[in-house]
Design a protein around this ligand. Structure first.
Ligand code: GDP
Ligand code: MG
Length: 162
């Protein structure tokens, strides 16, 4: 099997938008309402000759324990199966308690994690980046999944970790 690269993060950060951009087609459902993507999606992708399977972890539905518990379950499932985790945060929303909860799970797992700050399209969007250092996962890589900005740099880092 090909190495698995999972995209995790709370609802509405742009996981499905990034997934679609990386697999080169409109396959995952992008929703303006947080948390509506029901299914986990797996698609094969390739960059510079390296092949991997990308996972859109989506599927966060509020069960017992509310949203934070659901996000935790998603992160735990992802680290159990993934070789590399893309942890997506929203530069426009800034750091949230949910992000901190997910980061703790990811750090404990010892899996390679790339911290990705999405929705960075101008200088104002960059201003929240410093807060994300609190996640303890190093430099956030700013991207815009919607516009494709810095996505090549992200893929370069992904394949270094495969
Ligand atoms: P998910 O819940 O994490 O899968 O998030 P989605 O991919 O469904 O995106 C949630 C919302 O954020 C949608 O309205 C997207 O159009 C928007 N979005 C996603 N990526 C970007 C981005 O790079 N820039 C901006 N401005 N909006 C984005
Ligand atoms: Mg989604």
């Amino acid at each position: 099997a090909k190495p698995l690269v999972a995209i995790v993060g709370r609802p509405n950060v742009g996981k499905s938008t990034l997934f679609n951009r990386l697999v080169g087609g409109q396959v995952a459902i992008v929703e303006d309402i947080p948390g509506v993507t029901r299914d986990r999606l797996y698609r094969d992708s390739e960059w510079r000759g390296y092949e991997f399977t990308l996972v859109d972890t989506g599927g966060i539905t509020e069960g017992p324990g509310g949203l934070e518990a659901a996000v935790r379950r998603q992160a735990e499932q992802a680290v159990n199966e993934a070789d590399v985790v893309l942890f997506l945060v929203d530069a426009r929303e800034g750091l949230t308690a949910n992000d901190l909860a997910v980061a703790e799970i990811l750090r404990r797992s010892g899996r390679p994690v790339i911290l990705v700050a999405n929705k960075v399209e101008n200088f104002t969007d960059l201003s929240s980046l410093a807060d994300f250092y609190q996640l303890g996962l190093g430099d956030p890589l700013p991207i815009s999944a919607a516009h494709g900005m810095n996505v090549g740099d992200l893929l370069d880092r992904v394949v270094e970790l495969l």
